[in-house]
Design a protein around this ligand. Sequence first.
Ligand SMILES: NC(=O)c1ccc[n+]([C@@H]2O[C@H](COP(=O)([O-])OP(=O)(O)OC[C@H]3O[C@@H](n4cnc5c(N)ncnc54)[C@H](OP(=O)(O)O)[C@@H]3O)[C@@H](O)[C@H]2O)c1
Length: 349
Amino acid sequence: MSTTTTTTKIFVTGATGYIGGGVVNVLIRHPDFSSFEVVTLVRSEDKAKKLRTLGLKPIIGGYGDLELLTKAAAEADIVITMVDSDNLNAAKAVLEGIKQRFEQTGKPPILIHMTGTAFFMEYANGLHGNSERVYSDLESDVIEAIPEQAFHRNVDVPLIQADKEGYAKVYLICPGTVFGIPSGPIAELEGVQHTLSMQLPFFFKVALDRKRPGYIGEGKNVWPAVSIHDVADLFALIFNKARGDQDSLGHGREGLYIAENLSYSVEEFLQLAGQTLLELGLVDSAEPNALTEEELTKYFGPIWPALATNCAAKGDRSRALGWNPAHGKEEFLNSVKEELLEYLKHNKQ
Ligand SMILES: NC(=O)c1ccc[n+]([C@@H]2O[C@H](COP(=O)([O-])OP(=O)(O)OC[C@H]3O[C@@H](n4cnc5c(N)ncnc54)[C@H](OP(=O)(O)O)[C@@H]3O)[C@@H](O)[C@H]2O)c1
């Protein structure tokens, strides 16, 4: 008697990213990995060579190679996108491929996309930490009403529309600030994975340049945060349910999964970063103070108001799936020094 194993074809973008590396580790460690064909979009042959050693199948290309994105998506049962939550052209190219796959197979492919909580943000100029509203990922009507002009919605809305039209099952993972030092198979490949968060390095760079940590306004603005490992765990839950038990998993407009487990202010992490920088002799004062208007323009340009916002969001839908994030405020605060040291390794003073 012969047995046949069906191959699950998975196309991943952003596999070498800060978040993406952790997500791909979930695939590599998955009990069904031997039946997966994991195609990863990679920009360099050097990274591709290293990813091949883990049993992945890199294709060389960028997010601007729209035909390549369409072709790769058209060959996949599952697509995971983690490069750029604002790139509409790339999203459309991926959707085009997914539609072609649906037309060939009659089965809607799964799309798991990394978005972020920035569309909830409220401008505060760093002066306070009180959000007018705490958004829950269960509030589908409220989220649906957020316009496409808000961060990430230009991409999220068409993805949800594809789900409504029935040719894709779409799941959106929506983290706040992601923190922690990556580990696992992708991180162990020399020079492959991005090792720094998106938010903290902005302020490390400023502190080193002006020899004192600096915040916007009073640095009181507050954001939700989640560890890189807890994001990977949430991905694993969604991935497994989407493959096996789709009825128990909201998708499309009911398929936004917020990842958060603590909140923090800019002032809080700058206090800690300042102490470490002073111990290392890299600043004259550990105590953060307000950046002048001139400094705001110099360091951040026109985006500075976005860095001084509040954001309040709850992952109720994520937790209802059984997601139980393990890393809280203490781990976040500990990660500040770790990440600063990692930043200094890559940015020699
Ligand atoms: N980090 C956070 O706190 C956070 C929070 C919420 C949402 N998000 C969203 O999650 C996504 C991933 O974030 P991240 O922090 O993991 O980003 P990241 O560390 O900068 O990783 C970006 C990934 O995309 C790849 N990439 C970048 N530009 C590309 C291009 N033009 N063509 C092909 N690949 C390209 C990078 O490849 P290389 O190795 O070649 O550079 C890397 O694999 C983003 O959309 C981000 O907005 C992030």
